[in-house]
Design a protein around this ligand. Sequence first.
Ligand code: GLN
Length: 199
Amino acid sequence: MKIAVLALQGAFIEHEKVLSELGAECIELRNAEDLQQDFDALVLPGGESTVQGKLLRESGMFEPLKERIEAGMPVLATCAGMILLADHIADDDTRHFATIPMTVKRNAYGRQLGSFHAYGELETVGQVPMTFIRAPYVVSVEDGVEMLAQVDGRIVAVRYGNQLALAFHPELDADRQVHSLFTEMVEAYLHGSQQRHSA
Ligand code: GLN
């Protein structure tokens, strides 16, 4: 399985390390030419969503990636990545990929809670460590968006089709369960598309 990691800005190397440990091959996306390579899935790392959104557009990767996400390519999005996928950002008219019908709030935990660590139950997985860094949370979701985890009554993980979006940073903890869930999603996707091709 070949996973493309958006490498414009932010915590992308950490994802590559974890996914390589789990047996995936990773490539980095920095410009439109990188999209010529074959890949099965995408990682949108944490960082700064405004900067990432700007660089995505300037690099010419925005539209082709949006099309592939809409076509069902699996995506793992963490923190800023979750903001890129949300179709609404609270108190903000900015929109990026807007492929998950949900509203997120940026820098939602206030200054004193800018970074914190928690353990939470992730649906179908169990307890996982959750590291939050100037994190967003999900204010509301529309039909079809599964809520996978809540911390203090706030939604911090969702799944919508093949898009898995998290407010926290699993790549910064030693636990591999979230990335394993994602590689299982990619396997299922590849298996499904093989079946479609051979049908
Ligand atoms: N605060 C960042 C943003 O709004 C997200 C922080 C992160 O990715 N750790 O994009």
